[in-house]
Design a protein around this ligand. Structure first.
Ligand code: ACO
Length: 355
């Protein structure tokens, strides 16, 4: 039995390839370095969607339709925003997304791609006692998110982030999306399953705790002591380790580069780099047989903090980018895969009649 399904191949895909040994991520034929910082999120989502939806327009029209979908989602969700803002932002976003039609056509996918971008800034603002800002159909996707947050800078860095996390092989949330799609359920059902899987701290929930760790270390003033104590207590250092990468996660450096585009982050970045060195040193010393390196979440935390997102909303921003991959994988599974139905090994109990 293979508890964590390591090395089990459960799907054939044309979407992305996580090359763990080399530390490389390929998205539909392109190395990440060719996309991050060069392609927009809309272009990347269009690339991922190609072949999986009837009537997929060209990339320019796709971006325009995504803009229109942002406006449409805002109108549909307007009355829900108040009640949903009483929940934590991620849960409010997920609850509002559950109201979207559960179809499998391009308009359904565009709504689901637009929804996190619209709902998350609106819920963050309501929770801060501010009015939501309506989307603008003609803006770039990332620029509109920054505008809806009420901020003016960070659109390019956010765009790089969304592209960087748009797809990543058969990670837990993508697998969840494909399991649901394999039953021929609709895209909203797949995305809701993926949102549930992404939330946990071993997957997409790590960047908020990365900020908690950096803040706690800054307060204590001694990174090495804090880290040694955390490891002595059996804690995991958030932002380190990965199931597939046997080397540094290539996404970490893509995001570190984007982070440098913000003014005024030099001191925070130098501090984080220092903690990263101390953490890697401790992990390598304590677990010499394991490959433990920095993962995507460490610099995600710093980038999203600089862009103005509160740390409790970081996982929702991850969903904003990964939704592109979830939707493409769900369609790929529904169109080319089989019902996913593994077996379990029953161990106990057995009554006399069952033996
Ligand atoms: N801090 C301390 N020790 C660690 C860490 C860490 N971050 N990660 C792994 N280890 C240790 C484990 O304790 C284990 O030690 P042991 O064999 O002596 O018991 C060993 O390394 C292997 O750990 P596993 O849990 O078997 O490795 P797995 O492949 O399941 O873990 C995971 C991957 C879940 C990402 C893990 O490294 C972790 O918990 N990291 C911290 C959370 C995190 O950063 N999550 C974001 C991941 S990226 C993403 O999903 C987008």
């Amino acid at each position: 039995m293979n508890n964590g399904l390591e090395n089990v191949v459960a799907a054939e895909t044309i979407l992305s390839d996580v090359r763990g040994a080399e530390g490389q991520l390929i998205i539909r034929g392109h190395p990440l370095s060719e996309l991050a910082g060069h392609w927009t999120f809309e272009e990347t989502a269009h690339l991922l969607f190609t072949g999986f939806f009837a009537d997929l327009p060209d990339a320019a029209d796709f971006a325009a339709r995504l803009g229109a979908a942002r406006v449409d989602v805002f109108e549909r969700a307007r009355v829900l925003l108040g009640p949903m803002s009483k929940l934590p932002a991620y849960d409010g976003m997920r609850a509002a997304m559950a109201m979207l039609p559960d179809g499998t056509a391009l308009p359904d996918a565009l709504h689901l791609l637009a929804a996190p971008a619209v709902l998350l800034p609106a819920l963050i603002r309501l929770q801060a006692g501010e009015e939501p800002i309506e989307p603008s159909a003609g803006s770039g996707h990332a620029a509109d998110v920054i505008r809806m947050l009420g901020r003016t800078d960070g659109a390019e860095a956010l765009d790089t982030y969304l592209v960087t996390v748009s797809d990543h092989g058969l990670n837990a949330s993508t697998f969840a999306a494909r399991v649901v799609a394999s039953t021929q359920a609709g895209l909203t059902s797949s995305v809701l399953a993926a949102l549930g899987a992404l939330k946990g701290p071993l997957h997409g929930g790590a960047p908020g705790p990365v900020i908690d760790m950096l803040d706690a270390i800054a307060e204590e003033g001694d990174g090495a002591r804090w880290i040694e104590r955390a490891l002595d207590e059996g804690e995991r250092l958030m932002g380190f380790g990965h199931r597939i990468y046997r080397t540094r996660d290539p996404r970490a450096d893509a995001l570190k580069g984007a982070l440098r585009s913000f003014g005024g982050v030099d001191a925070r970045l130098r501090f984080a780099e220092g903690i990263e060195r101390v953490a890697l040193d401790a992990l390598h010393r304590r677990k010499p047989g394991r490959v433990l390196e920095t993962n995507v979440e460490f610099y995600t935390a710093l980038l999203l903090e600089a862009a103005g997102f509160p740390k409790h909303a970081f996982t929702g921003v991850f969903a904003m980018g990964r939704a592109a991959g979830w939707l493409a994988h769900a369609r790929e599974q529904a169109l080319t895969g089989r019902l996913i139905r593994p077996a379990s090994h029953y161990v106990e109990p057995l009554t006399k009649n069952a033996a």
